[in-house]
Each structure stands twice: as C-alpha cells, then as structure tokens.
Design a protein around this ligand. Structure first.
Ligand SMILES: Nc1ncnc2c1ncn2[C@@H]1O[C@H](COP(=O)(O)OP(=O)(O)OP(=O)(O)O)[C@@H](O)[C@H]1O
Ligand SMILES: [Mg+2]
Length: 144
C-alpha cells in the first residue's frame, strides 16, 4: 500500500512583512498523477511549490513528502530530503554550465557520496532521447 507522494495539511505561509501567501491550504498528490497549479500572478503558486518540495518551510501546517514530515526540518535536513526524494524540472533549468549533461544528471548522487550506476543512467537517457548528448554541456543543447 502506498500513501500520497505529497500531502499538505492546513499549510499557511506568511512572509516577513506580513504577506499571507498561503492561507490554510490542503492538497494531496497521489503517485503517478499530474497536478497543474493555476492562478493569477501573486496568488501563491510558487510559494506552494516551494513549500511542497521542501525548498521553503511553511509558517504553520504539515507537509509530507513520501511520508516524511518536512515542515519542521532545518535547512540541512531539507536539503538531504530534496536530494534523495524530489526531482525538479525548473523553468530556467538551473543546470551547471561547466559540467557535461551526464555529470549534471549524476551530480546529486555524487553529492550524496554514491556512485552512479552507469547502466541505469544510460537506460534513463535512452528513454528520454538524450543519449547522444551526454558529453555536451548545457549551452550546446536545444532548449527543449
Ligand atoms: N520572499 C518573499 N518575501 C515576501 N513576500 C513574498 C516573497 N515571495 C513571494 N511573496 C509574496 O507572496 C505572494 C505570492 O507570491 P508567489 O510568488 O507565490 O505568487 P505566484 O502565484 O507564483 O505568482 P507568479 O504567477 O507571478 O509567479 C505575492 O504577494 C508575493 O508578493
Ligand atoms: Mg510564481
């Protein structure tokens, strides 16, 4: 039996200065599903994503990622949790320009002190169609 991938319960986020960007938000995301968060500019979408992914802490409420409560974790523990359990595709990519594509892909594993399984990496890049690009740097790829 698997639980939610992400579960937010009564999450509020009040920024310094007093802006209440999230007000008592609850959201459950089940494994294998896609969720689109829509709303006007300034309505709190990025704040929601940051709290749900452990990039930021809510002011109150519970955030569980893969069953782990992250609302109360300090920055170091949140960093470890993101590294081990969260995948990000940023709008601005945030790839390391000096590293090859392969080294960008395996960087989190290497930061965690684990050695990447080359066969697994190659199976993944084959699946998404970038196997021929592994030795290139981010600036040498097309945007998509
Ligand atoms: N670091 C911050 N400090 C103070 N206020 C912030 C901070 N980040 C966001 N806000 C405020 O919180 C509210 C929600 O911002 P947020 O960035 O989550 O909105 P958004 O829905 O992602 O908007 P957009 O569609 O423009 O990206 C806004 O009023 C914004 O000004
Ligand atoms: Mg935003």
């Amino acid at each position: 039996e698997t639980g939610p991938a992400v579960a937010l319960t009564q999450v509020s986020k009040v920024y310094e200065g007093g802006v209440r960007a999230l007000d008592d938000v609850s959201l459950t995301v089940w494994p294998g599903t896609f969720v689109a968060v829509m709303g006007p500019s300034g309505s709190g979408k990025s704040t929601l994503m940051h709290c749900a992914a452990g990039l930021d802490s809510p002011t109150s409420g519970s955030v569980r990622v893969d069953g782990y409560e992250i609302a109360g974790l300090d920055e170091t523990r949140r960093t470890e949790l993101r590294r081990d359990r969260v995948g990000f595709v940023f709008q601005a990519y945030n790839l390391i320009p000096s590293l090859t594509i392969e080294d960008n892909i395996t960087l989190p594993l290497r930061l965690a002190g684990r050695s990447p399984d080359r066969e697994w990496v190659h199976a993944l890049v084959e699946r998404v169609g970038i196997a021929g690009c592994l030795d290139r740097r981010p600036a040498e790829l097309s945007g998509g």
